[in-house]
Write a protein that binds this ligand. Structure first.
Ligand code: FO1
Length: 330
């Protein structure tokens, strides 16, 4: 039995090759939900959805989010309407008093749908309408996720890290913004002073998460700060990882991240932005999988292979290295 911790790109890419080393029936994936937002009243879970669309064979694999070939008629119409009636575009938060009222799961990450600052495809939107409505009907995020996973034909078990609201907030010299504003509206450019996971101290792991963390855990090549960090900030998560075997795959080639703002975000939380910084980010790790050209030195066992993942063959190769690392420490 193996449990992967996943953000939205690096670990899903690794999971493409999971079957080369792990049976899907014995595989659980815990997804980050710190990136989730409510946009125009719809609750959007980017990392969960990437895994759902990937498992269902629908994922847009160029962007690693959304549905391949999706249309954007509603999204485009929202911009047209905003322009026509003189409303300004760009991320617009709902007022503070609206951040916390009503739907609990969406607090501190509520955006207006005016001119819709994230591109939501038409079929993608149907998933968000369904998810939001099921939440409003009283289901938990884990229950909705299970429904979507089975409906889209996933063979692995997929769990959100928590049913509770956790918002990844980026503090910059110009003020605080949600991760999605930082990433989508500002291209990850603003200087990062700190990263906050608002709500995490009161969040509980979703049902099934702590059981899944009893199994061997693989931390995929995801961003240690904004993909894995939200999970580690939930009480009980770190202790569970201390008590089990954990293998971490580096998201860096030396000091260069494969994708996204991992290096910059690690610097902001005082971790070395390189493979070696993983020892600080993941003090509970029992082994690491790093690139064969990476000189990083660890006290724990290290498995080296070509960790660049461009296709399923690459993903299978890295998963086999993960399996060897597990064998070395179990
Ligand atoms: N990323 C973008 O860079 N631009 C977008 O317009 C955008 C829309 C979007 C809609 C739904 C969804 O599930 C993901 C979306 N993403 C978009 C990706 C997302 O911002 C991040 O890459 C993840 O949160 C990081 O894992």
């Amino acid at each position: 039995m193996v449990t992967f911790l996943s953000g939205g790109t690096g670990t899903p890419k690794l999971l493409d090759g999971a079957a080369a080393a792990f049976s899907p029936d014995d595989t659980t994936v815990i997804a980050n939900t710190g990136d989730d937002i409510e946009l125009g009243g719809l609750f959007i879970c980017p990392d969960v959805d990437t895994l759902v669309f990937q498992g269902g064979g629908l994922l847009d694999r160029d962007r690693w989010w959304g549905i391949e070939g999706d249309t954007t008629r509603t999204h485009d119409a929202l911009t047209d309407i905003a322009n026509a009636v003189g409303l300004q575009g760009g991320p617009q938060y709902l007022p503070d008093d609206r951040q916390t009222e009503g739907r609990d799961i969406a607090r501190w990450r509520r955006f207006s749908g005016v001119a819709e600052f994230m591109e939501i495809g038409d079929r993608d939107r149907a998933v968000h309408v369904t998810r939001t409505s099921l939440l409003d009907q009283g289901e938990t995020l884990a229950e909705v996720t299970e429904r979507l996973a089975s409906g889209f034909g996933l063979t692995i078990d997929l769990l959100p890290m928590t049913n509770d609201p956790v918002a990844s907030l980026i503090h910059t010299p110009d003020g605080m913004m949600h991760f999605q504003e930082f990433w989508v509206a500002h291209g990850g450019e603003p200087t990062v002073e700190n990263v906050e996971f608002r709500g995490s101290s009161k969040a509980e792991p979703a049902p099934g998460v702590l059981d899944a963390l009893d199994d061997t855990v693989v931390i995929g090549p995801s961003n240690p700060v904004t993909s894995i960090g939200p999970m580690l900030s939930i009480p009980g998560f770190g202790a569970a990882l201390n008590d089990t075997t954990v293998v971490a795959v580096s998201p860096f080639l030396g000091d260069e991240a494969f994708s996204g703002p991992a290096g910059k975000l690690m610097q902001a939380v005082n971790a070395e932005p390189s493979t070696e910084g993983l020892a600080t980010a993941y003090p509970f790790a029992d082994a690491f999988v790093v690139d064969e050209s990476d000189g990083a030195d660890f006290d724990e066992p290290v498995e080296r292979t070509d960790i660049r993942i461009d296709d399923r063959t690459d993903a299978g190769r890295v998963c086999k290295a993960v399996a060897r690392a597990i064998e070395a420490v179990e």
